[in-house]
Design a protein around this ligand. Structure first.
Ligand code: PMP
Length: 455
């Protein structure tokens, strides 16, 4: 896998309204920090461009040495309402002043406010419930457990299959990886639970067959009878791409779940809270999931996740038997409440949709200039991706993807490391509050970087 070089290099100086690059990169003075990490962390944590975050405001990230980047990462699609929002900071200060740092499952007032707000965002306020957790993986694990429990209790042990998609990412814990569709990352499990089954995702590029018949055929080939499916789980868009469902496919998937009383789970950990220009990405498909896994942009800051789901499924477990030590922890909860108020109050979801109308066609224009190396561009709202391929093929080209990423980094445009099966996807995900001026400036930076790397 291509990695980032820690040897400082001279790069051209940059000074604009939004970006400043005034030192070598990486900054020589930052190297002791990287050395310390190398001595104390597993190497799995080393994968990002070598910048030491010091301050983050809105869509700009700064280091301690005077450099500033336009952020196209939002962390990893966390900071939807922008970094360092005053409203979130104020909410945190207020609760800090009361010393309310942990409560376990004892009630605090803000927990009720948040669960009511999130349930209110669900397809049906009366018939949905919200369970708060900490990480996206945990939310996905909980969805898997609830779907399997529902199948078992309502229909019996034959209804046990959890169907998910090739290339899916649902987290790094065991259940979320069993449901995940990245073969290479789950070899460690060795003996797989055969009740987890994957089918091809209808992305239209890696898999050109976008028909729902392929879903049915694959289940049949794998010996899974539709009536034995407890749940079907998918990201609303697959992160690497990002790849969306064709609307008709998503609707047929929902109809399949209804016909066979299978729980329809949409993993919205990455895609919710305005990222695609709608509150939830599944709204693009006109479907109604039974369980929705949320995380990341739910707070734009602190770790918190949630499962929002159908009441009869959410209530399967008795009091005290579906909890977690840090669920509804006060600090993340107040940050979520403040975050959602900002998101809803400032028209940020609509802004993301409008910015996507600029971003996605512009990326397509850049792709058309380099069709041999930029295989495919996808996007909606303020999430997009460019698949970098070996010239004239669909074979992932991680090395070139990293070069584009580094060239952007050196010009004051920050993205997290390319992702994907081969690390080939240049992923674009600015905070949803990015201004049109900054968006256009950053697109020009990407265009220049692509030109320098590819021409
Ligand atoms: N599902 C999706 C779609 C994700 O993008 C992620 C994180 N990238 C997860 C689940 C796992 O979330 P976490 O890292 O918070 O466990």
């Amino acid at each position: 896998m291509a990695t980032y070089d820690l040897a400082p290099v001279d790069v051209p100086k940059v000074e604009t309204k939004f970006r400043t690059i005034k030192t070598k990169l990486p900054v020589p003075e930052s190297l002791p920090i990287f050395e310390k990490l190398k001595r104390s962390e597993p190497r799995s944590m080393w994968g990002q461009p070598p910048v030491v975050w010091h301050k983050a405001e809105g869509f700009i990230v700064s280091d301690r040495w005077g450099n500033r980047w336009i952020d196209w990462s939002s962390g990893v699609l966390i900071s939807n309402v922008g970094h360092g929002r005053r409203e979130i900071e104020d909410a945190l200060r207020a609760i800090l002043d009361r010393g309310l740092l942990a409560t376990y499952v004892f009630v605090h007032e803000k927990r009720a406010e948040l669960t009511e707000m999130l349930t209110g965002l669900s397809p049906d306020l009366e018939n949905y419930r919200t369970f708060l957790l900490t990480t996206g993986s945990e939310a996905c694990e909980n969805c898997i457990k609830l779907a399997k429990t529902y199948g078992l209790e309502k229909h019996g042990p034959h209804k046990k299959y959890l169907v998910s998609f090739n290339n899916a990412f649902h987290g790094r814990t065991m259940g979320s990886q069993l449901a995940g569709g990245m073969e290479k990352s789950k070899t460690w499990i060795v003996d797989r639970d055969p009740s987890f089954v994957q089918v091809p995702f209808p992305d239209g590029y890696k898999n050109e067959d976008q028909s729902f018949d392929l879903f049915l055929r694959t289940l049949d080939e794998k010996g899974v009878a539709p009536q034995d499916v407890a749940g079907v789980m998918s990201e609303s868009y697959q992160g690497i791409g990002p790849d969306f469902f064709p609307v008709e496919y998503a609707q047929r998937l929902e109809a399949f779940c209804r016909e066979h009383d299978a729980v329809l789970i949409m993993d919205e950990v990455q895609s919710a809270f305005g990222r695609t220009g709608k509150m939830f990405c599944f709204e693009h498909y006109g479907i109604r999931p039974d369980l929705i896994a949320c995380g990341k942009g739910i707070t734009s800051s602190l770790p918190l996740s949630a499962v929002i789901g159908r009441r009869d499924i959410m209530n399967l477990y008795a009091p005290g038997s579906m909890t977690s030590t840090h669920s509804a922890s006060p600090l993340p909860v107040v940050s979520a409440v403040a975050n959602l108020k900002v998101l809803l109050g400032e028209g940020i979801v609509e802004h993301a949709a409008a910015m996507g109308e600029i971003l996605v066609p512009e990326l397509a224009r850049i792709q058309r200039k380099h069709p041999e190396a930029l295989g495919c561009v996808q996007g909606k709202g303020l999430v997009a991706g460019i698949q970098v391929v070996k010239r004239g093929t669909k074979e992932p080209d991680a090395e070139t993807a990293v070069k584009i990423n580094v060239a952007c980094f050196q010009k004051g445009l920050l993205m997290f490391a390319p992702v994907g099966i081969g690390g080939e996807c240049v992923k674009i995900a600015p905070p949803l509050v990015i201004s049109e001026e900054a968006l256009r400036e950053s697109i020009a930076v990407l265009e220049q970087a692509v030109y320098e790397v590819l021409d």
